[in-house]
Design a binder for this molecule. Structure first.
Ligand code: SF4
Ligand code: SF4
Length: 254
């Protein structure tokens, strides 16, 4: 399959001769520009299966490279290097090293799902982007992203109590991501909330911040959710050929 996007041609592969005459015709400079062929030797033959094993990546094999996802993509409109069609192409061919060249921008997908609505093959490119970002983290190619840290904090609170308390989520997320709690925007938001929030609601929020709210009789649901999450994590790691993480004893869970 050809790669059409001009910006995907690497500058180091462009060769131009300052002086060149072919059959008496002067083709110096721009007219003698050639693109050196690339030789790819390092494949991961399991790459498509690995992405397909993660949530969201299940239909990656359906792609027929029409490009509708990239054409409709919100992020591609501001950064042409963000190219879901191209990454799906690399995944399907097992070109892991090529994919890793873009590892620092794949996470930028904003989950607008325009690609998913445009896709004629129900690939769910948004899901493939999420699966790919997850794959990069699991394989250790990228550090845990802020969105993963937020997701973990949020989920762990729901698992633990069956409820969330917004202040606790924000505090926990800032702690995980190493951010200071006293940020200007947050202080301003708290001030406005204090000024405008109806008293009853403010009192309920304050109470929830002090006394952790819990859903009554949550223990069985919690055990079932934790069992499912552990199974899911183990399944993902097996699919990627990674060692299973040591199980966290229930007593140590928050
Ligand atoms: S969901 Fe992600 S990949 Fe799809 S169009 Fe939006 S930003 Fe682009
Ligand atoms: S729109 Fe769908 S079929 Fe077309 S390139 Fe994107 S993922 Fe593939």
């Amino acid at each position: 399959m050809p790669i059409h996007e001009v910006h995907l041609i690497r500058p180091e592969n462009l060769k131009t001769h300052e002086k060149m005459v072919v059959d008496g015709v002067d083709v110096s400079g721009h007219w003698s520009t050639f693109i050196e062929p690339r030789v790819v030797t390092d494949y991961n033959e399991n790459l498509q299966d690995e992405i397909a094993a993660l949530p969201g990546g299940e239909h990656v094999h359906r792609c027929w490279q029409c490009g509708s996802c990239t054409n409709s993509c919100t992020v591609n409109a501001v950064n042409p290097d963000f190219n879901p069609r191209y990454w799906i192409y690399l995944i399907r061919l097992g070109m892991e090293a090529e994919l890793l060249r873009d590892k620092d921008i794949i996470w930028q997908c904003v989950s607008c799902n325009k690609c998913t609505y445009a896709c004629p093959r129900d690939v769910v490119p948004e899901g493939v982007m999420k699966a790919t970002a997850h794959w990069l983290e699991l394989k250790g190619h990228t550090p845990k992203s802020n969105s993963t840290m937020f997701d973990e904090e949020f989920s762990e609170q729901v698992f633990a109590t069956g409820k969330i308390e917004e202040g606790r989520v924000i505090r926990g997320y800032f702690r995980r991501s190493g951010q200071p709690l006293l940020q200007d925007w947050l202080v301003e938001m708290a001030k406005r909330l204090a000024r405008h929030l109806p008293f009853k609601m403010g009192a309920a929020l304050g109470f929830a911040a002090l006394v952790r709210p819990r859903t009554r009789g949550w223990a069985k649901a919690r055990a079932a959710i934790e069992e499912y999450v552990d199974e899911r994590k183990a399944m993902d790691r097996r699919a990627l050929g990674l060692d299973e993480p040591p199980a966290v004893p229930p007593a140590q869970r928050t």
